[in-house]
Design a protein. Sequence first.
Length: 238
Amino acid sequence: MDRPPQDNRRRTFLLRSAAGAASAAALAVPQGAQAQVAATASAAPAPVGYRWLLPSEQGFVEALVNHMCPADSHSPNGMDMGLHIYFDQALAGEWGQGARLYLKGPFIKGTANQGYQLGLTPAQLFRAGTEGLVLYCAKQYGKAFESLSPADKDAVLQGLQANRITLPNEVPANTYFAHLYQLFVEGMFSDPVYGGNRNKMGWKMIGYPGVSTNNRQNIVRFKNRPYQVEPTSIADMS
């Protein structure tokens, strides 16, 4: 059977992604990962342009979002859509820093339906997982993730998702992948005020109209006609 065109496969993937980000696997992070986070807490701040991502993380995120969202006839690449900025702002903000996350323990292995069970903030999980992935790629391929071929990038991401990869610092691979995937989907389809979905390209790809208050007027306006409107963001309403 012939494979569908690349554009169609990608559009199907993004349409499915829009339904919701994957939940993080409910696994406890071993002490090795906790120590790795503590060791990098005092690392130098990122240069101007990023609020939180370190230089070593910036190249990874840029390569990741461009690989998961390559430019085609439907949209520009991930960086042009601002996905790398979304990663940075989300991890730097209250959500990333665990402002509403219970972190007093005890932290034990749970089941998938118990939700997030880790003793790390989202930002700490990202940092520890990325450090583990850097070590894995260096050992397995002799180069950084961003220097891998597209096929090898696919192999790495699929290995993380299926938990076939063991990260050297003991961060659970599938938990880390779910975290990356959640950030990617949110960056693609959240309101542009959060840094991603630049020019509302993610919304335009799936036909999402944006702010719901405006939709009420358009539903009347487009009654018995195709609902084709320019998406409206929060910034457009201010």
